[in-house]
Design a binder for this molecule. Structure first.
Ligand code: F6P
Length: 356
């Protein structure tokens, strides 16, 4: 059996642990198995950059962050556009697959990656994917690997901010990654006792945020902490068309939304505000034990799927079960935080403001 493997899109903490799960199971369960690792995601498949992996390559990587194969972003919308030398990328990927006589391709990636994986599957390649992202926004799985590790990192930042915020009696804004969704901010914010949590799915009203901060000050609280998603959006901006909003963001005189909110809070409340942006730290370091277990389980199940020759699916988690989910169901959809979800209601019951 010959299996190709690649990691694509933004990295996260548990990619190596997941590949190890797949590889260990295949080496254990299949007599003759060869694994080909493609360099830097789809790029390696397009341009034939790969290496034959040895079983020793997958040893000692359970706790290692990043990806031993490298990764890159190859936007789905550009897949059908020839490269600067006129190369047809989709054809090139199929040619590499055929030339290597692969039985299947294991693809670890997020939303964009899944669109291309689905395309390759529709083009006749045998594909099994695994849901990677700190954003936890992949449709068809309750959780993605990388999310819990990033949550630990982001919550750790907010934990640390508490002491300095308290010493100085300041308002602190911690901007959390998550792209267009608020999963990471929501979970890191609750885990670390943030007072205000702003998510892209719940547009905010700056006056409502300021009221929450003033109320805290009235209650004698010396400081306040806001966990703000990088995609947080005001009620006013949420009314704009996609194009208008993009334009507005392009011309925004602040590096990101957290700074804009910080400035408005200072102006409206007179409180001193500081902004912290942990950025890519949230994707770095070792996977947490939860992710190591999740990745091992997902990896082992992906290998089983390959052994059964049942392709065209992503291995996800639904109601605590590891299950295959058809790729066409996953590709092109975004899993958003539901504003009416129980977790939001519970957070509100505890007095957390969502700025709505
Ligand atoms: O999808 C993961 C993620 O870290 C997002 O949270 C963030 O918006 C984006 O990637 C950053 O992308 P890049 O690493 O390309 O700057």
């Amino acid at each position: 059996m010959k299996v190709g493997m690649l990691t694509s899109g933004g990295d996260c903490q548990s990619l190596n642990a997941t590949m190890r799960g797949v590889a260990k199971t295949l080496y254990n369960e299949v007599k003759n198995v060869e694994i080909i690792g493609f360099r830097d995601g789809y790029k390696g498949l397009i341009y034939g950059q790969y290496q034959k992996m040895e079983s020793s390559d997958f040893s000692g990587i359970l706790t290692e962050g990043g990806t031993i194969l490298g990764t890159s972003r190859q936007p789905f919308k550009e897949m059908r556009i020839p490269d600067e030398n006129g190369l047809d990328k989709v054809k090139a990927m199929k040619d590499t697959y055929k030339k290597l006589k692969l039985d299947c391709l294991v693809i670890l990636g997020g939303n964009g990656t899944h669109k291309t994986a689905n395309l390759l599957s529709q083009e006749g390649l045998n594909v099994v994917t695994l849901p990677k992202t700190i954003d936890n926004d992949i449709w068809g799985t309750d959780i993605t690997f990388g999310f819990q590790s990033a949550c630990d990192m982001a919550a750790g930042v907010i934990d640390s901010i508490h002491t300095t915020a308290s010493s100085h009696g300041r308002v602190f804004i911690v901007e959390v990654m998550g792209h267009k969704t608020g999963w990471l901010t929501l979970h890191a914010g609750i885990a670390s006792g943030a007072d205000v949590i702003l998510l892209p799915e719940i547009p905010y009203d700056i006056d409502s945020i300021c009221d929450a901060l003033k109320n805290r000050a009235k209650q004698g609280k010396r400081f306040s902490i806001l966990a703000v998603a990088e995609g947080a959006i005001s009620k006013e901006d949420a009314k704009l068309s996609k194009k208008e909003y993009k334009e507005k963001v392009k011309n925004r005189p602040y590096p990101s939304v957290a700074y804009e909110i910080g400035k408005e809070i200072e102006e409206k409340t007179g409180q001193e505000v500081r902004v912290t942006v942990p950025g890519h730290m949230q994707r770095g370091g070792s996977p947490c034990p939860y992710d190591r277990v999740l990745s091992s389980r997902l990896g082992a199940c992906a290998a089983q799927q390959i052994i059964k020759k049942e392709y065209g699916c992503m291995i996800g988690v639904r109601d605590n079960e590891i299950v295959p989910v058809p790729l066409e169901e996953v590709a092109g959809k975004l899993k958003l935080v539901e504003p009416g979800a129980a977790i939001i209601k519970e957070a509100k019951l505890m007095g957390i403001s969502f700025g709505d």
